[in-house]
Design a binder for this molecule. Structure first.
Ligand code: M6R
Length: 359
């Protein structure tokens, strides 16, 4: 039940702090990552990772690619399942094929998995539903433990998928000895701080409620970010599109000047993800360029930013993943508040289904 919340999506946003603890339970111990789901020899012979997924799950996959390469030093590429399945991909036998799916029933993801299996690849799924088709079809599965997600717009499933992928990147680094022990320790320390970063305060929610008034009309939205904040920008834009029916795009901040900046004017709303722990000066100059062309800027950052029309202050912290999760909550609440103001059915947006079992 909704337990006093207006919509399931709202309840699920608030649950994120708790479900992250569930997801970590028994898997983050002292200075190690323990994944009992994987046999001791599971990673033997694996030198690369390919991930296939759709929608929000694809965005967690894109985030993971940065983490696998940066933390575990293993090659990782990501494909949209509906594209992958009609390609003639060259698949190396040393590649671990990962699928990500909240429902475990997405037709395109399932078919991509079957293709990889026919090609003889080892498979792993990251899923929220035990005994789903994708879990059953995979050699191994890691469950996200987000609990039932009712809102069509995925929130807590995305958070827990990203958490599992972060743990998996550390696990690969740990098992293959490609991560330095002090880096592993720093990452695990940061991981333990994420549930707190996901706590929704009354002050934050009230601020987003007030601010959402300004963003109901206009040409559309650009969510911009760099590095792992680029997939987060894609996800922020998807959330907004799904439940508000406003046009929104996620874009790499450094790419705006290669075309989209032509759209900039006061009616173009830019949601700028400006973490302090990652490329702050770079993104700042990208946002300055947009502001100089009169775009309306909503900056999300720990660092006050003079040129912002609206500013949402996040906590100063020491790790990009903590900033990532904190900013994720801000973008989810922004989409929620805009959608509610527009009078939409947040949980059952038009034209969408929770589980897409047809291609
Ligand atoms: O169940 P899955 O994770 O495989 O679903 C994939 C997409 O259909 C899903 O993420 C969709 O994009 C959501 N509505 C996003 O909020």
């Amino acid at each position: 039940q909704k337990e006093g919340y207006r919509f399931f999506m709202e309840k699920e946003i608030y649950e994120q702090s708790y479900v992250m603890i569930e997801t970590m339970m028994g898997r983050v111990l002292d200075e190690n990552i323990i994944l009992d789901e994987l046999d001791k020899d599971f990673l033997d012979g694996i030198n690369a990772i390919k991930i296939c997924a759709c929608g929000t799950s694809y965005h967690s996959a894109l985030t993971a690619a940065y983490l696998f390469e940066r933390l575990a030093k293993i090659r990782c590429d990501v494909e949209i399942a509906s594209e992958f399945r009609y390609k003639e991909p060259l698949l190396g036998q040393d590649t671990l094929f990962i699928t990500i799916s909240q429902s475990g029933e997405t037709a395109d993801t399932l078919e991509a998995l079957k293709m990889a299996k026919r090609a003889g690849l080892k498979s792993l799924s990251i899923c929220n539903v035990d005994n789903s088709s994708i879990v059953r079809e995979s050699d191994a599965a890691i469950l996200t433990r987000a609990g039932i997600e009712k809102g069509v717009a995925s929130t807590k499933a995305f958070a827990t998928q990203t958490m599992v992928l972060w743990m998996l990147a550390l696990y690969v680094g740990q098992e293959k000895a490609t991560i330095a022990p002090e880096v592993l320790k720093t990452e695990i320390d940061a991981m333990r701080h994420t549930p707190k970063a996901l706590t929704v305060t009354d002050e934050l929610h009230a601020k987003l409620h007030r601010l959402s008034k300004r963003y109901l009309h206009g040409h559309g939205f650009f969510f911009i970010g760099r590095d792992i904040f680029f997939p987060l920008a894609l996800e922020g834009a998807l959330k907004l599109k799904e439940i508000s029916y406003l046009h929104a795009e996620g874009y790499p901040a450094g790419e705006m000047k290669h075309g989209p900046i032509a759209l900039a004017d006061a009616e173009l709303f830019t949601i700028a993800l400006m973490p302090k722990t990652m490329h702050y000066e770079k993104i700042k100059s990208n946002v300055e360029e947009l502001s100089a062309r009169d775009a309306t800027i909503c900056a999300i950052s720990p660092e006050p930013f003079d040129l912002a029309d609206d500013f949402i202050q996040t906590q100063y912290c020491t790790h990009p993943m903590i900033e990532f999760f904190e900013m994720m909550v801000v973008t989810q609440l922004l989409a929620l508040e805009i959608s509610i103001r527009l009078g939409n059915d947040v949980d059952m947006p038009r034209n969408l289904a929770k589980s897409v079992t047809v291609e």
